[in-house]
Design a protein around this ligand. Structure first.
Ligand SMILES: [Fe+2]
Ligand SMILES: [Fe+2]
Length: 222
């Protein structure tokens, strides 16, 4: 919100983005439930299994809270694209840990942190506070679970290294986003980020945080 006491002008772009977030958070709950099942089958340490159960609940909370934001921003009628068949995930535990947690959650932490900086809307700010707090736990789970899995099955290290560029390519939309009209201050107050900021965060997070984590584990690209 620009002026104190003035209601933010909520655009269609804001409602579309929060509707997308509801679906993404709900999808994360489904993915984490699958990761939990695979992690039980793989025999990961109990502390990690307990954390995975917490994350399923976190993601369901994030979906519910994001929907509350959508409603508060006037989007009660906005369609949320939830398709049961799209919630089914393929792949294997190492692939999903790398793609959705080591990459996805590691990109998510600085992204939500940046969104939160200028998100002054009262319906938005507390939700971003909660999500940001949780995402740091989710990121740590990803790396710890990958380490535990590699300890149980060291031969997976080569597979993970070979598959890494393909997983990274799934984030190409952030690395090279299409140009879009600049956001207004009100749209930023509602928790949106410019595409150029997504790109900048993608590159800095990869270079300064994620690539070194993989390199320390003997996996490097580029
Ligand atoms: Fe989430
Ligand atoms: Fe998460």
């Amino acid at each position: 919100m620009g002026d104190e006491g003035r209601a933010a002008e909520v655009t269609g772009r804001v409602r579309q983005e929060w509707a997308r977030r509801v679906a993404a958070e709900y999808g994360s709950a489904g993915i984490t439930a699958q990761v939990l099942t695979w992690s039980v089958q793989a025999g990961l340490p109990p502390e990690l299994l307990y954390t995975a159960t917490r994350i399923v609940r976190d993601e369901l909370d994030h979906a519910r809270l994001s929907h509350q934001v959508l409603v508060a921003l006037g989007g009660a009628e906005a369609p949320v694209a939830l398709q049961a068949d799209e919630l089914a995930i393929g792949g294997t535990l190492p692939d999903v840990l790398v793609r959705n947690f080591c990459l996805g959650e590691s990109f998510a932490v600085p992204t939500f942190e940046r969104m939160r900086r200028r998100a002054t809307h009262p319906a938005v700010r507390p939700v971003l506070d909660r999500i940001l707090e949780d995402e740091a736990v989710h990121r740590a789970f990803g790396w710890d679970a990958l380490d535990a899995l590699l300890e149980l099955a060291p031969t997976l290290r080569e597979h993970v290294g070979i598959a890494l560029p393909g997983h990274l390519a799934t984030f190409a939309g952030y690395a090279n986003p299409p140009s879009a009209p600049a956001l207004t201050d009100d749209e930023r107050a509602c928790g949106l980020l410019d595409n150029a900021e997504y790109a900048e965060l993608y590159h800095s997070t990869w270079t300064l945080d994620i690539a070194p984590r993989f390199a320390r584990r003997g996996m490097a690209i580029g």
